[in-house]
Design a protein around this ligand. Structure first.
Ligand code: SF4
Ligand code: SF4
Length: 236
């Protein structure tokens, strides 16, 4: 049964031109099957076209609709109203932008700035291993791939970085560290020493407390802390 719910949203807003922050309240009657991106769209259409937020794929694959709801970082496109009511045991929701980068407007944060930390971890192959034997593909054995394939599901939504309890400002963050660790596993990467230098730099793994907050919030169910622990234990 598609029960309509009466919900209240307290949305943290920011106007960069006026340099003004405030909390905007909205009351809505909505289907429990709406996702929070649908709810924000409904607010744009019926109550306030000026509310700014971002989304792209709306299939939990691009990581652009991350926000904090009732203290928990998550993807707005994944959360149904009925599930949110059950999960948080309330029909009142406080929506805030992530704090991993400056807020540009309302729920939109400066993602390019957040990505600078990931880029510092070089989430690409620095130096590929030599070309495969002529005519052959460079193949990765399934048992090798199995060791790190879970980490390749990361969509850089920054929910783990938001939840991270490391108080050290320079820490590159769990997703950045994991991006580096993926390439340490990757047999196509030759440049392992440079990767280890990044991992054990001042702003690297030493700043992780292994408290696992990152793993608890990952919308792709990646045990982020497990991969960081493998890096710490040097068993990559
Ligand atoms: S590890 Fe999970 S929570 Fe962290 S950025 Fe990747 S998908 Fe998001
Ligand atoms: S385990 Fe490390 S990376 Fe994950 S939340 Fe804790 S301090 Fe942050």
């Amino acid at each position: 049964m598609n029960t309509p719910y009466s919900i209240t949203l307290h949305i943290h807003r920011f106007d960069p031109e006026a340099k003004r922050s405030w909390v905007q309240d909205h009351q809505l009657e909505v289907s429990g099957m709406l996702r929070f991106t649908d709810v924000l769209r409904k607010i744009n259409q019926e109550q306030d076209p000026g509310l700014a937020w971002t989304s792209s794929c709306e299939h939990a694959q691009c990581g652009s609709c991350s926000a904090v709801i009732n203290g928990k970082p998550l993807l707005l496109c994944e959360l149904l109203v009925k599930d949110a009511i059950e999960r948080f045991k309330t029909t009142t929701f406080v929506l805030k932008p992530l704090t991993i980068a400056p807020v540009l407007r309302d729920l939109i944060v400066d993602l390019p700035q957040a990505y600078e930390r990931v880029h510092k971890a070089k989430p690409y192959i620095i130096e590929p291993t030599g070309p495969p034997v002529e005519g052959d593909e460079l193949r990765i054995q399934p048992q090798v791939m199995e060791r790190y394939v879970e980490a390749t599901r990361c969509i850089n939504c920054f929910c783990c970085a938001q939840a991270c309890i490391s108080s050290h400002k320079s820490f590159l963050g769990p997703n950045a560290m994991m991006a580096n660790i993926v390439r340490l596993f990757d047999p196509k990467e030759r440049s392992k020493d440079e990767r280890l230098d990044i991992l054990f730099a001042e702003n690297g793994l030493a700043r992780c407390h292994t408290a696992r907050a990152c793993s608890f919030v990952c919308p792709k169910d990646i045990d982020v802390a497990h991969f960081l622990a493998l890096g710490k234990e040097g068993i990559l």
